[in-house]
Design a binder for this molecule. Structure first.
Ligand code: ADP
Length: 212
């Protein structure tokens, strides 16, 4: 995580003078407390600075590794998710493969009206069609997809760590990020609002490593 110039200066003040109140930091910089609030939030979220009520800010003395781990638990799926790429169930395998190339993703979510999740289709499913010699133009993705309720999903409030655990446990590359959308006849509906893939997690990993 890159700090901006002002955040670097604040970190330096806290290092030299901490514990120091937000009011005192603001005075040193000739700024209002309100202006500083987003910077203080970033520094505390990054685990570089800790805050205690009536004491003020001080530099965290927790070992680096532990901070990074805490960060992984603190970051929510909603913070790092990507835009979902979805097709309808009657989309042909041919068009789905074209979509995979155009959108540069490995997994497509299959939805019905309202973005309600019906299934997931990914590269291995397409390779199977290739091996079977079926007509890609005629075959709809609905026939080859992994269908609900067998889709492993994640909600935006879950931690990235929980999502990574699901990815490993179920040996999949991506999870649809969903929110409950009612349902009937005893089965729940979920609206797809994002995509969390191994790439999102790797990007976060690289960002955390770059902080050292
Ligand atoms: P790839 O096919 O690109 O190797 P995966 O390893 O994610 O990607 O997919 C393997 C199988 O798991 C495919 O049959 C796919 O339909 C299914 N799959 C992919 N994502 C999910 C998911 N989130 N939940 C359940 N099944 C999934």
């Amino acid at each position: 995580m890159e700090l901006n110039r002002r955040q670097e200066i604040i970190l330096d003040i806290v290092k030299r003078e901490g514990p120091i109140t937000g009011e005192h930091i603001a005075e040193r910089l000739n700024l209002t407390r309100a202006t500083l609030r987003p910077d203080m939030a970033i520094l505390t979220m990054a685990g570089l600075v800790e805050a205690r009520p009536r004491v003020g800010y001080y530099v965290s003395n927790k070992p680096r590794g532990r901070l990074e781990m805490e960060h992984l638990h603190r970051v929510r799926v909603g913070d790092i998710k990507s835009v979902p790429v979805a097709v309808m169930e009657n989309c042909s395998v041919y068009d789905a493969v074209v979509t995979i190339f155009i959108e540069d993703v490995g997994t497509l979510f299959v939805v019905r009206e309202g973005g309600i999740l019906e299934g997931v289709v990914s590269r291995k499913d397409f390779l199977k069609v290739g091996l079977g010699g079926q007509d890609m133009h005629k075959l709809p993705v609905g026939v080859i997809m992994t269908r609900m309720p067998n889709v492993v999903m994640v909600e935006p409030e879950e931690s990235v760590w929980q999502a990574a655990q699901k990815i490993i446990t179920h040996a999949v590359d991506a999870l649809p990020v969903v929110r409950p959308a009612g349902g009937e006849d005893g089965h729940a509906d979920y609206e797809v609002i994002g995509r969390l893939s191994k790439t999102n997690i790797t990007r976060l990993f690289v960002e955390l490593g770059g902080r050292g």
